[in-house]
Design a protein around this ligand. Sequence first.
Ligand SMILES: Cc1ncc(COP(=O)(O)O)c(C=O)c1O
Length: 392
Amino acid sequence: MKFSPFMKVAPSASVMMNSLALEKKSKGQRVYNLAAGEPMVDTHPLVVEAAQKAMQEGKTHYPPVAGIPELRAAVTEWMNTTYATSYTAAQSLVTCGGKYGIFALCQALLEPGDAVLIPAPYWVSYPSMVQLFGGVPIEISTEETNGWKLSIADLERVWTPQTKILMFNNASNPTGVLYSHEEIEKILQWANTKNIIVISDEVYSGLVYDGKKFISCGSFPQFQENTVIIQSCSKHFAMTGWRVGFVFARQEVIKTLTMLQGQSTTGTSSISQWAALAAVQNASEIIPLVRMAMQERRDVVIRTFEESFGKKLLTPSSSLYLFISLALLEREGQSSEMFAMELLEKANIATVPGKAFGKEGYLRFSFGDVPAELELAIIALAAYIKKPGSLA
Ligand SMILES: Cc1ncc(COP(=O)(O)O)c(C=O)c1O
């Protein structure tokens, strides 16, 4: 039988660029990988030890579908004390990364034709996930000149009676924008009057810099009914490969997602869950270590860029990325996809094109790698851009 898939799934651009970079590396080429969306620091020894202990103690069987009770209790306690939320453990779910939580929510909530508002630039996977389940992604463009912030006027302009969900990403990939208490309250208030569900993707909440404060959408009890929070161990615990994420929502949503999980993943690895428990229990020690390392790396990239290019950059308040305009890179008007491929092929620098985030005219640079590597990457970038006639 001819394989002709019913579902048309677009590849994730960041995963694709990262894979191309790894492929080049495996062939022995010197590649600067600024495409990978992860902090390149080892997972904390306390977490690794907890995983080893779990294996030795035979905690290697199917876990409860919604997650081991110890982890659900601990992560709920962490959320409530760190971000002033008021969830119960029954309102939490352990998933295979934050990504599966968003995927499952789209599957559970969307009916064909439902509109999902997605502020752009957005995380690459949102529109594809919405489309997979018959939803219609409605992009709302935000601008660098407004600090990449979404306004109520923007929301009003695109709302229709078909609007079901607002996909809100704070702190943001790829812009690093961080919303204030007042700004979030206004957005949640607006969503409440329109009876829209807000999926708040907060997986970068621990990677917030310069002493700034992260505000969770879950910390507004008056709007909790229609708010769903996505959390993850990937970024602030440097645990991308362990695949542990969380959903916080009202209990009936969690029950539906649990059933969905029971028919799909059966939950995430039991070993990873015991490791995640150690991470959450030691959050006050581990998160600052990862955060400090990432802030230092952000500053190294910005300093090297400004010295090499003689131009100022917008300093991101959070996450792991610089979203830089092609104008600053002296390639205004060029396609971001073509420029990203050119950089990879000719300068061995992997980035992700702005188009994949719904914003042409930009490239995303991850600063998750070690400082010495980042410095060399930016110097190589500047050298490539400044070298006249380097284009084939
Ligand atoms: C904004 C955002 N949300 C969710 C995820 C998913 O993270 P994970 O599935 O590793 O928890 C990512 C990963 O890059 C992300 O950038």
